[in-house]
Design a protein. Structure first.
Ligand code: IMP
Length: 431
């Protein structure tokens, strides 16, 4: 098993959790490198549904070591609760999970500021998950944040530092937002208790990842969110605050490029988006509703209904280019089983022009109208299929078209939520 990076090719929710779970058998490490509890990775094992927000999906494979990388923003309260909830269900966490000392701490005031800021923006809001992600990265960039490594300080230092940060956030809360201040002493004392629980898991990432750097141990890098939500390469300002694209793996782990291995892009067979921002292939009517219901398209983190639409090829090609994707995995093909026809955007109409590429940085995307190619739906379900040859021929034609247009091999197709509903196609889908 080589090292692999699993990257979302769209606006998140592509089904990365399932893919990471499938590919983590036999690897030494599963490493998250960016984002925080805004992610919601859902995995079904038999009848058990696991929704993970911070802990890497690899935790469900006994013996796999998991790392929360330095590029993440971690809410210690949520992390403790997630660990305890997993342990209550019989998943061994504390023997396997490690936390980079350089990951930033997401504090209750970040969450409060996120809500208040979104409230002020009203109709121009981003539609964040409300988990405090933007304010936490803001503190990191303006060099006022606390890091997970701080939880290894003596209790009185943690308490003092905590109080200092909360008091300073309280000034912003009360003076700028006219909101109630947070109880600094109570929260700082809670932080000291959390430190006792989490400190044994906090590690120096440069030391623990030495075997990965030296090629003696293998790693799977688990991306959160997706390319189009990347702070630099996504549909700014309707993005998250981290680098969900390939560069985030390097900055979020401190590992050099040579260890990355294969770069797999995960794409749903259609497209969804949560939150605001342009979405040229969005289906606002009945078809969108049908996709949402068939795909269970409700956020794993916030429960919000996801916006649904057709596969957008220019956007997907952009994701392939930006990340250097070497293998594509198409998920939720079975959701299209009920559609009488399936459409794919091959380009956009913008003013009097037809674009065959994804326009970046100009706000033009919101004025783009999709140009579609239509495919007939398939006559029988793909969900029971376990090999490429079993798939209905119309579904195969659809996949072959995507493979040709993306310029990268489709190496896997997921046809349902269960672990075994996966078809591996290492040499692609075109015969
Ligand atoms: P934030 O990451 O909470 O700041 O939210 C910024 C944008 O990213 C919003 O549109 C969110 O809906 C979106 N977003 C954040 N995390 C995810 C995710 O895991 N899946 C899908 N969308 C996400």
């Amino acid at each position: 098993m080589d090292n692999r990076v699993i990257i979302g090719g769209q606006w998140g929710d592509e089904g990365k959790g399932k893919v990471v779970d499938a590919l983590s058998e036999g690897v030494d490490w599963v490493i998250r490198y960016q984002g925080g509890a805004n992610a919601g990775h859902t995995i079904f094992i038999g009848e058990q549904k696991h929704v993970l927000h911070l802990v890497p999906s690899g935790i469900l494979r006994p013996g796999v070591k998991c790392l929360l990388g330095g590029g993440m923003v971690i809410d210690p309260w949520s992390l403790r609760d997630e660990i305890l909830a997993l342990e209550q269900r019989g998943v061994e966490v504390r023997g396997h999970l490690q936390i980079s000392a350089s990951a930033h701490m997401l504090m209750p005031y970040h969450q409060r500021l996120d809500e208040l800021r979104e409230g002020r923006l009203k109709r121009q809001s981003i539609g964040t998950t409300g988990k405090g992600i933007g304010p936490a990265y803001l503190d990191k960039v303006q060099r006022t944040g606390m890091r997970m490594g701080d939880l290894r300080l003596p209790p009185e230092h943690i308490e003092r530092k905590g109080i200092e940060k909360i008091l300073s956030a309280n000034e912003l809360l009360s003076e700028f937002y006219q909101a109630d201040p947070l109880p600094s002493r109570v929260l700082a004392e809670e932080l000291v208790v959390l430190a006792k629980f989490l400190a044994p898991l906090i590690v120096d990432p440069h030391q623990v990842l030495r075997p990965v750097r030296e090629g003696r141990e293998t790693a799977l890098f688990e991306g959160a969110q997706g390319t189009l939500l990347d702070i630099d390469h996504g549909t700014y300002p309707f993005v998250t605050s981290s680098n969900c694209t390939i560069g985030g793996v390097l900055t979020g782990t401190g590992l050099p490029p040579k260890v990355l291995g294969e770069i797999d892009g995960i794409f749903k067979a259609y497209l969804t988006r949560v939150g605001n921002g342009p979405f040229p292939t969005e289906l606002l009517g009945e078809e969108g509703e049908t996709l949402r219901e068939a795909g269970g398209e409700y956020g794993a983190t916030t429960g919000r209904a996801r916006r649904c639409g057709w596969f957008d090829l220019p956007a997907a090609r952009y994701a392939v280019d930006v990340n250097g994707i070497t293998g594509v995995i198409i998920t939720k093909l079975d959701v299209l089983d009920i559609m009488p026809t399936v459409k794919v955007a091959t380009g956009y109409e913008l003013d009097d022009e037809v674009l065959d590429y994804f326009p970046v940085g100009s706000g033009a995307l919101s004025r783009c109208r999709p140009v579609y190619r239509e495919f007939p739906g398939w006559d029988r379900p793909s969900a029971p299929c376990r090999a490429l040859a079993d798939l209905p021929s119309a579904a195969r034609k659809y996949l072959e078209f995507l493979e040709e247009q993306l310029g990268a091999l489709i190496i896997g197709v997921s046809v349902g939520r269960e672990r075994e509903q996966m078809i591996w196609t290492p040499t692609g889908v075109t015969t």
